[in-house]
Design a protein around this ligand. Structure first.
Ligand code: PLP
Length: 483
């Protein structure tokens, strides 16, 4: 190693600097130039490759193992959509091209993709139009609630709050608050859906609308949607559908047909795109006819001659939402994925998503308390309350699973379930994989009876075992050198 280091330093001294480099150096004023060599460590290529390969193997990936993280799951991410997103005809387009004179001609293919994807999303959801701009699900929610606010402003409605049931995804109340509304929460009833009586009590003329996660975070489809929609519409409120987990109802039920006025999708959940760590994503927002004028600009429209263009002529629009036209490469993946699946394929997605979740629910029911014992949609929510009585909490079970090389499910969410364990297998996992997961969960339950103390120093197989999560949340320090 030492030899390599010295040699390369030698080599660099004698190396003839290329001309362009000379020019670049000359542009840096003398006082700012380096006087000594920078003391960077020098290691061989092999050592660098080994270092980063080892790090990558410590990383947990859906390409290597099961990832049953409820609600925010990595659903199916086929490799062929990556190939399509990397095609030079799409990947090399510059976002400023459409602004150039004649530039529109050069992006007709990309505009057609956005246009057709919008039509398909309308067909799938029963909405009238979609904006492709929002860059994530939560960004889509904000877009949707801003559209709701613009509608009320135009109509002169005095609205103060948005109703959000306790089974909503956490981003729903956060979105409504950021958009300037107060939040009125409604509890779930014994069926795991919004309590209609409580809604009736809390609903007044000042309700801007209601945000319903559909299916909700308990994995349950609210069969009262049409009744709720009638109640909300009666006060000129708007029905917002959080459709992040559309894979549960794909091809079977269209939010636009059951009373929703505005919704977002997570293409990075339902229609591919790997999105570990919160991104990248695309959260298209669809609206019914009366909300179309408020959509963000621009929209892709088609002329009589069949050419596509970016239309900025929507005077009532809420304005720009993201730079350019959204996460185009992600929209392209969704386009390819929907094209591949076709109508029958889209229906198969929801069939398998629901079947898989119910399989896990039935197999684990004898061991873990089920939050609401009724058929679930894309995910099943359990409570580790029995295990907790033995001193083994949901988080302990999560740590146990890590040692079995399984990514833990979502724990402690939804908040309405004590010791919640929320499992979403997704439509693409095999029975063998699910069985291996179920066996691991059963083992965890057995160990909680036999030796609850054993959980407390798990996981044992990871580089870091149990960080102090409370301290990490309160006193976050990601700077290695500041420690
Ligand atoms: C994931 C998710 C969101 C948020 O989507 P992001 O792309 O992570 O912002 C919102 N609602 C539900 C139901 C979700 O599952």
């Amino acid at each position: 190693m030492q030899l390599i280091f010295e040699k390369s330093v030698e080599g660099r001294r004698g190396f003839e600097v290329p001309r362009s480099d000379v020019g670049f150096k000359a542009q840096i004023p003398q006082p700012y130039r380096r006087r000594r060599d920078c003391p960077l460590p020098e290691v061989s290529e092999l050592d660098v490759v080994r270092h980063f390969t080892l790090l990558s193997q410590r990383n947990y990936s859906v390409d290597t193992q099961f990832y049953p993280l409820g609600s925010c799951t990595m659903k199916y991410n086929p490799k062929f959509t990556e190939v399509i997103a990397a095609m030079p005809g799409f990947a090399d387009l510059h976002p400023l091209l459409p602004q150039l004179e004649d530039g529109e001609k050069l992006v007709q293919g990309a505009l057609e993709v956005i246009f057709e994807l919008e039509q398909w999303l309308c067909e799938i959801t029963g909405m009238r139009r979609f904006t492709m701009q929002p860059l994530a699900g939560a960004h889509g929610e904000l877009t949707g609630v801003m559209i709701m606010a613009a509608y009320h402003k135009t109509k002169g409605n005095k609205k103060k709050y948005i109703i959000v049931p306790d089974s909503a995804h956490g981003t729903n109340p956060a979105t409504a608050a950021i958009a300037g509304y107060e939040i009125v929460a409604v509890r779930s009833d014994s069926r795991g859906v919004m309590d209609l009586n409580e809604l009736r009590e809390k609903l007044t003329d000042e309700a801007a609308g209601l945000m319903l996660t559909c299916p909700n975070t308990l994995g349950i489809f609210n069969a009262d949607v049409d009744t709720i929609a009638d109640m909300i519409h009666a006060v000129d409120g708007l029905m917002y559908c959080d459709g992040a987990n559309l894979n549960a109802i794909l091809g079977r039920c269209r939010p636009g047909d059951i009373g929703f006025d505005v919704m977002h999708l997570n293409t990075h959940k339902t229609f591919t795109t790997p999105h570990g760590g919160g991104g990248p994503g695309a959260g298209p927002v669809g609206v019914v006819e009366k909300l179309v004028p408020f959509l963000p600009i621009s929209l892709v429209d088609r002329r009589e001659d069949g050419t596509y263009y970016l239309n900025y002529d929507y005077p009532e629009s809420i304005g720009y939402l993201s730079s350019f036209y959204g996460n185009f490469a992600i929209l392209l993946r969704a386009y390819a994925y929907i094209l591949m699946a076709g109508q029958a394929g889209l229906k198969a997605i929801s069939a398998h998503a629901v079947l898989n979740a119910n399989y896990i629910k039935e197999r684990l029911k004898p061991y873990y308390k089920i939050a609401y014992d009724r058929p679930c949609m894309h995910e099943a929510v359990f409570s580790a309350s029995e295990q907790a009585r033995r001193g083994v909490h949901a988080t302990d079970i999560a740590k146990f699973l890590i040692d079995q090389n399984i990514h833990p499910p979502t724990v402690y969410f939804p908040l309405s379930v004590k010791e919640a364990i929320m499992i979403e297998p997704t439509e693409t996992e095999s029975k063998e994989t699910m069985d291996r997961f179920v066996e691991a969960m059963i083992q965890a339950d057995e160990l909680s009876r036999a030796d609850p103390e054993a959980f407390h120093d798990l996981p044992k197989t990871t580089v870091v075992s149990r960080p102090d999560e409370v301290k990490a949340a309160r006193d976050l320090n990601t700077n290695y050198f500041a420690r």
